[in-house]
Ligand binder design. Structure first.
Ligand SMILES: C[S@@+](CC[C@H](N)C(=O)[O-])C[C@H]1O[C@@H](n2cnc3c(N)ncnc32)[C@H](O)[C@@H]1O
Length: 214
């Protein structure tokens, strides 16, 4: 796995500039996120945290999934992304770094994060996953969607090109590089870790589903 990515400041600047333009990534991300949303198995009244809400497309669905009695909280580093999500939902949102979640331990039943851990440096991932485990209640569920390694000829070719571009300019890729997180999620103490790969327009994404030990 590529070890280093862009700094949090560079990520905030990139996503502030990109703003609503990020919705174009739906053409290769939407199917994996749909699988991730299904794996959350939402029901009314659940307390959910979405780490890195982006423009708020999924957050609308998460708000509907937990209903008026649930808690659909979200965080993002980028003030512009938070404003776009506020335009789409009335959910409780705050500006925060995924590495330091400003919530009490055991505050959530579900934690969802799409295309965020793939822009976190490798050395920061164990601490970030420990934070995610801390804010989930025992028995709670984690779902992570990320860019991953290719699984067939077209997706391996795309990932090869992506890595070449990444080597030249990580910022041009929004800091995102392919990751494989199942091992790190297990090492963070999660159980029943499963991994599915979804390929859309030859871009491979992994959906990791895991349970906080009860
Ligand atoms: C590739 S976008 C994904 C957005 C959304 N989850 C989606 O799937 O459309 C990455 C998002 O994570 C946010 N982000 C990047 N690094 C972050 C960090 N360390 N903590 C919180 N949010 C972060 C960015 O501002 C951006 O909104």
């Amino acid at each position: 796995m590529i070890k280093n990515t862009i700094s949090p400041e560079a990520a905030r600047r990139f996503y502030d500039r990109l703003g609503a333009g990020h919705d174009r990534a739906e053409m290769y991300e939407s199917r994996a996120k749909q699988v991730g949303l299904e794996r959350l198995a939402l029901s009314p009244g659940l307390r959910l945290l979405n780490v890195g809400v982006g423009t708020g497309k999924e957050h609308r669905l998460l708000v509907d999934g937990v209903g008026p009695t649930g808690l659909p909280a979200g965080i993002d580093l980028s003030p512009v992304m938070l404003r776009l999500t506020r335009d789409r939902t009335a959910a409780p949102l705050c500006q925060a770094d995924a590495r330091r979640l400003p919530f009490r331990s055991g505050a959530f039943d579900r934690l969802f994060s799409a295309y965020v851990l793939d822009l976190i440096p490798l050395d920061d991932l164990p601490g970030l996953l420990a934070e995610m485990r801390r804010v989930l209640r025992p028995g709670g569920r984690l779902v992570l969607v990320s860019l991953t390694e290719g699984v067939n000829l077209p997706s391996r070719a795309i990932v090869g090109l992506w890595k070449l571009l990444y080597a030249a300019s990580p910022v041009a890729c929004g800091g995102c590089r392919p990751v494989q997180l199942a091992g790190l999620v297990r090492q963070a103490g999660f159980q029943q870790v499963s991994r599915e790969v979804v390929v859309q327009l030859a871009v491979p994404s992994e959906v990791i589903t895991a349970e906080h030990p009860a």
